[in-house]
Design a protein around this ligand. Structure first.
Ligand SMILES: [Zn+2]
Length: 289
């Protein structure tokens, strides 16, 4: 009896697998500019796709997934806003056993999910049921699970939460890079991709139109921010580094239209000045010398 039950269970499992067809690796997808996803790393960062969708062998066989050559401790950001449905980071970065990956899974408003995989032990920056915004740091890259011994980020999107089989993976591309894609509009294996901040052009436009003034830039000691147009009312100004870490934040009232930010104590490098309004967020690159 026990044996019969086992066989029928196996048969029903095979049945459920074959019910889901293999993915079509040849389909052409929408233009990257129309994508709702950003690259999983911060602006101005560049990484190479070491394995792309439907690689003929290994873990990407008949699977939509990207491997990026991120190093230990590199910051991984959310490609799209959503809710964290699962996160774990208990496995060591020397534990290359399949199934021992540290992951973050994020579900988006349309029910699709992204799995961010091989994160560092103790390197998950979010927790289950937390809402995350696009671009928010969610974890640190690592070498856990079936990595072949090389730290990297495995990124895979799924149709829904029903299964994490390869048949349920979906292709994605990214709106915040100008680097080439293939004939299907998907990322190319061996190609490097640099992320830009998709909102930067908005602030440059605002500056050109005279709503705001940011000076001097590059800056050594004090960064002056002046809001010129009375009806432009950001309620918060922030300064973040290229890993998305907040280094300065100030609320803005209608009376204080000018802010002086002391930057002499900050490490030199590229930062982003962020203007948050109720309905939009705009960004500007600032170089601290
Ligand atoms: Zn992979």
């Amino acid at each position: 009896m026990k044996r019969i039950l086992t066989i029928s269970m196996v048969l029903s499992m095979i049945g459920s697998f074959s019910a889901q067809p293999e993915i079509n690796c040849d389909t052409v997808y929408a233009e990257p500019a129309e994508s709702e996803y950003i690259l999983p790393f911060g602006p101005e960062k560049t990484y190479t796709v070491t394995q792309s969708n439907c690689h003929p062998t290994g873990g990407h066989f008949l699977t939509f997934a990207y491997d990026f050559n991120t190093l230990m401790g590199d910051t991984i950001v959310a490609c799209r806003s959503g809710i964290v449905v699962f996160a774990n980071d208990q496995y060591a970065d020397t534990d290359w056993t399949s199934g021992h990956e540290n992951n973050v899974f994020i579900e988006h408003p349309d029910g699709t999910r992204i799995r961010y995989t091989h994160l560092m032990q103790g390197g998950v920056l979010v927790s289950q049921n937390q809402m995350v915004e696009q671009g928010q740091p969610i974890g640190l890259s690592g070498n856990s699970g079936n990595t072949g011994g090389f730290p990297h980020l495995h990124l895979s999107a799924f149709q829904d939460g029903s299964s994490y089989n390869r048949q349920n993976t979906i292709p994605i591309n990214f709106c915040n890079t100008n680097d080439p894609v293939n004939d299907q509009n998907l990322l190319i294996e061996g190609q490097s991709y640099t992320a830009f901040d998709k909102n930067i052009t908005a602030i440059e436009q605002a500056e050109k139109e005279g709503f705001i003034k940011v000076f001097p830039n590059p800056v050594r000691n004090f960064l002056n921010v002046k809001i010129v147009t009375p009806d432009y009312s950001p309620n918060q100004i922030q300064l973040v580094n290229t890993d998305g870490k907040l280094v300065f934040s100030s609320n803005i009232g209608h009376e204080s239209r000018e802010i002086k930010i002391s930057v002499s104590e900050l490490p030199k490098g590229l930062y982003f000045l962020v203007f948050k309004c109720s309905n939009e967020t705009i960004w500007k690159k600032v170089l601290i010398l």
